[in-house]
Ligand binder design. Structure first.
Ligand SMILES: [Zn+2]
Length: 237
């Protein structure tokens, strides 16, 4: 794969010092119609948010914050035992109106992102590429159900765990196993209490990422199969 072309035309002053080494990459959508709206937000002194990269609909990649600095994109978030995700991650924002607007990512964005990720995986010891919704499932839904995770994995030559369809509804005991497995996999904020309403938001995050067609559907054994297979094959990414 070719080297990414990175533009350094715009910079954000919204950053501070990392406390940990880089081990994660976090993908976001900007939830803006235009590049300029996103850039204004990510460089705004008042809003105090930023990302390392911003990818326009044209596929152009802009570096806003040096990679050795801690950009402010993750907010209150966790993955497994990791907190302070900003200190451990590279944040990539992609210009897109968001899940509700049902706007597809452009082919140029996905191609540029793949080239960028390929280069970052070579340069850093990356343990996982995650969505904002994976690390902050009770607050965030980006990069959304329309983000083509499977296509990205294919572009990077990474294995995508295949679906094992079983439409049988889960029993209560399966549900508890499912929650336990999600937690084991890395999903934060799970409570082993079936009436904890935020568990559903975490399950939604899992579906957005791994079983987008099942988002908002009743839980079936397909989802339990998926998390079991992911844990069985657990490796980087
Ligand atoms: Zn985000």
């Amino acid at each position: 794969m070719s080297q990414p072309i990175i533009y350094n035309k715009f910079k954000s002053v919204n950053y501070d010092q990392r406390k940990f080494d880089i081990s994660l990459i976090i993908i976001h959508f900007t939830e803006t119609k235009t590049f300029n709206e996103a850039l204004n937000l990510l460089t705004s002194l008042e809003r105090k948010v930023s990302s390392h990269y911003l990818i326009d609909k044209s596929g152009d990649i802009f570096n806003l914050v040096d990679l050795d600095k801690r950009a402010w994109h993750a907010g209150e978030s966790m993955w497994g035992n990791y907190n302070d995700i900003n200190s451990r991650s590279i944040g990539i924002e992609i210009v897109n109106s968001g899940e509700v607007m049902k706007e597809d990512y452009t082919t140029k964005q996905i191609n540029s992102l793949s080239v960028l990720l390929n280069s970052l995986l070579k340069d850093y010891n990356i343990e996982n590429i995650l969505g904002h919704s994976d690390i902050a499932p009770t607050r965030k839904i980006d990069p959304g159900v329309h983000f083509p995770w499977q296509k990205i994995y294919q572009n990077l030559g990474l294995e995508w765990v295949k679906d094992r369809i079983n439409d049988e509804r889960v029993k209560r005991s399966d549900y508890l196993v499912f929650l336990k497995r999600l937690k084991e996999f890395g999903y934060p904020y799970i409570e082993m209490n079936t009436s904890y309403s935020k568990n559903q938001l975490i399950i939604n995050a899992f579906h957005r990422r791994y079983l987008p067609k099942l988002l908002y559907k009743k839980l079936t054994l397909t989802s339990l199969n998926k998390i079991n297979d992911l844990l069985r094959n657990k490796k980087k990414y």
